[in-house]
Design a protein around this ligand. Structure first.
Ligand code: MG
Length: 417
């Protein structure tokens, strides 16, 4: 006897895009034919519960599930993360006030003269509206960005900035990383997942912020505008190619060999907050799956449509890394099991093979009253799901939900087929 309670009434077909590809029958599930096309979209997303967060917008949620599922199948060994820094890893605002970018930290510091500060502010007021103008193309914005960066660098180089002052100005600044940053940095490090921080900010400053937050781990590689100090320790220029908002692409990586070292890491999570961040992974050879997550911090109404077209997941005014952390947890199989919320009712019958969506801990445990059978994607790497391998991944299987709740039974090891 599998079911102790009557099946809940059928719900209307889900009209959302991206789900039409779900097969009518999930393997091994007697209810699947009726259920799989009848669940509300939010329930289908329940398999990756973090995707139900209120700040999330997705143009093609079904496509997002497919990518997340593919990333999960690849696990930590195939994954690399490429992220912008300013306003992506760092906060955009706190208590209603804007947080500084790596340039702003210098702009606002006491080591800059009042005259220079005014000049930098004037540059910001002139060029920032161009940077975020949704009505101009990237090609149109590009020369303006080069002018902005070049003028700002020239201005800073006249300030007799000394190397030792960098740590001091960072310490005295209001720089903040997004909520959840410790989990983000530590999870990537503990799982040996390379993190490339690709920034058009100032490398020395952002590196110092990460150091002072105590999350500067060996898995981090930073590509940014690094200051060039003379033999007496004074700023005399900036090293290498200028990086601005709209040239964050493979042109900066020529001859660096960074991505070549990471051959095999063909699954990518890309984090950004501007349209210019979308090309950060262009130099990665053989990309198989890429999930682009965009933080929409400013001018939300005006920019929403273009962000939703460009990014797979858009996070509106979300000052946390919750969604990224939740996805990492899912991809790394850290949420590995379900437990009964009503153990006193256990013993109705065994959970049938192939129905456990989250992990092996459910297998062999007695089933309690089953309120819902939910259709959701799952990794074919699962030992029981593997029995149905003729279906191309990703494919849905039924997971038991209702009187079961997720429990942490797994470690942080990456999953392989
Ligand atoms: Mg940014």
């Amino acid at each position: 006897m599998l079911l102790a309670r009557p099946e809940p009434p059928l719900r209307p077909l889900c009209p959302r895009p991206g789900l039409s590809g779900l097969p009518e029958r999930a393997p091994g599930c007697p209810w699947a034919q009726r259920r799989c096309q009848s669940q509300p979209f939010s329930r289908v997303l329940g398999q990756v519960s973090i995707l139900k967060k209120a700040t999330i917008r997705m143009r093609q949620p079904g496509r997002v599930l497919e990518i997340v599922s593919a990333l999960r199948r690849g696990g930590g060994d195939r994954l690399q993360v490429i992220s912008d820094f300013d306003m992506t890893l760092s906060r955009f605002a706190y208590n209603g006030k804007r947080c500084p970018s790596s340039y702003n930290i210098l702009d606002n510091s006491k080591i800059i003269s009042e005259e220079c500060r005014k000049e930098l502010k004037a540059l910001l007021h002139h060029y920032y509206p161009i940077e975020i103008d949704p009505h101009r193309t990237i090609e149109e914005k590009l020369p303006h960005m080069v002018k902005w960066w070049t003028k700002a660098h020239d201005c800073l180089c006249q300030q007799k900035i000394q190397k030792f002052q960098i740590a001091e100005v960072v310490r005295e600044s209001n720089a903040m990383l997004r909520e959840g940053y410790k989990t983000f940095f530590n999870t990537l490090d503990q799982n040996n997942i390379p993190l490339l921080i690709f920034s058009a900010g100032i490398g020395d400053i952002l590196e110092e912020i990460i150091r002072q937050m105590k999350v500067f781990h060996p898995n981090i590689h930073i590509v940014s505008n690094y200051m060039d100090f003379d033999k007496d320790g004074f700023l005399q220029g900036f090293k290498g190619q200028l990086i601005h908002t709209y040239n964050k692409n493979s042109s900066v990586f020529e001859n660096s060999g960074y991505f070549q070292q990471l051959k095999g890491r063909t699954n990518i999570i890309l984090l950004g907050d501007t349209m210019g961040d979308l090309t950060m992974a262009d130099g990665v050879p053989g990309v198989e799956n890429i999930l682009k997550i965009g933080f929409l911090n400013d001018k939300v109404e005006e920019q929403r449509e273009s962000y939703m077209d460009a990014y797979d997941i858009v996070l509106e005014k979300d000052e946390t890394l919750d969604v990224v952390n939740g996805l990492l947890k899912h991809i790394l199989h850290q949420r590995a099991g379900w437990r009964s919320t009503a153990p006193e009712r256990a013993g109705v019958g065994p959970v049938p093979a192939g129905l456990d969506g989250e992990g092996a801990s459910l297998r062999g445990r007695p089933a309690v009253s089953l309120l819902f059978l939910v259709c959701a994607e799952e990794s074919p790497g699962h030992p029981e799901a593997a029995g149905s391998s003729p279906l191309p991944p990703p494919f849905p299987v039924c997971v038991l939900q209702g009187l079961w709740e997720p429990c942490q039974v797994g470690g942080s090891k990456s999953h392989s087929k």
